[in-house]
Design a protein around this ligand. Structure first.
Ligand code: CDP
Ligand code: CDP
Length: 226
């Protein structure tokens, strides 16, 4: 039996995972999973319902019961379009707090694996290659230096109409990275068989092409750079 192929793209905040995953999926005609959106949706629902970020059973219950639909790049929760609302920086910070809770991660696991359908899936997040799809035939660990990431996120937030300043964002990104790397449950880390790609000096197109090259050349010797 041949498993449905998955390209796993993990890495720190604002390294370009989501943008690159979507374009790689478009190029291959595959589905895409934005796993971070599930944590952000859970966070938004917790905020709306007054569930505290350290209430593990409350947050896990919300995660298990998420009523979410992904339609043409838009995200609907309980029938409401929350595509933009989940991108607020406070929602990202709250998401990284509940993402440290084991029962929340467990509640979202099956939902993520259900995205794995023919002809293939490009999945981005923190633990796609380590926990959710450990058998993915290609794992990319996408990084970029913190200044490049803060600048990208700043521009992105301003374009979406959110307030943003570089100093606050740099501090928030560093706090979120530290929390994601140090947690006990599925910490942010490159899988042993992941290829690390540094996009600090790369355009989106160059990064997408690098991933597509890795996919075409998979199995050839020398692609495992650790
Ligand atoms: O998903 P993740 O948080 O890793 O990042 P993203 O939301 O895909 O990308 C953050 C921002 O960086 C977006 O506005 C991208 O267009 C931009 N970007 C870039 O300028 N250059 C790249 N090589 C990759 C992303
Ligand atoms: O776009 P950005 O990189 O800022 O964040 P995201 O991918 O939307 O994820 C938001 C938060 O969810 C992250 O800071 C992680 O704490 C958490 N997350 C996770 O724990 N595991 C994943 N597979 C995806 C996201």
């Amino acid at each position: 039996v041949c498993a449905v192929p998955v390209i796993a793209i993990d890495g720190p905040t604002a390294s370009g995972k989501g943008t690159v995953a979507q374009r790689v999926a478009n190029a291959l005609g595959w589905a895409v999973l934005d796993s971070g959106a599930l944590y952000r949706l859970t966070a938004l629902a917790c905020i709306d319902q007054g569930v505290a970020p350290d209430d593990e059973s409350g947050a896990a219950k919300i995660a298990a019961g998420l009523d979410v639909r992904f339609v043409d790049g838009c995200i609907f929760m309980a029938g409401q379009d929350v595509t933009e609302a989940i991108r607020a920086e406070n929602v990202g910070l709250f998401a990284s707090q509940i993402a440290a809770l084991g029962r929340v991660r467990e509640a979202l696991l099956g939902r993520q694996r259900a995205f794995r359908q023919l002809p293939g899936l490009v999945a981005d997040g923190r633990d796609m290659g380590t926990v959710v799809f450990p058998d993915a035939p290609l794992k990319v660990f996408l990084v970029a230096d913190v200044h490049a990431r803060a600048q990208r996120r700043c521009k992105q937030l301003i374009e979406k109409g959110f307030p943003a300043n570089l100093a606050d964002l740099t501090r928030d990104l560093e706090a979120r990275d530290a929390r994601d790397q140090s947690r006990a449950n599925a910490p942010l880390a490159a899988a042993p068989d992941a290829v690390t790609l540094d996009s600090s000096q790369l355009s989106i197109e160059e990064t997408v092409n690098a991933v597509l090259d890795l996919w075409s050349n998979r199995g050839a010797s020398g692609t495992h750079t650790g």
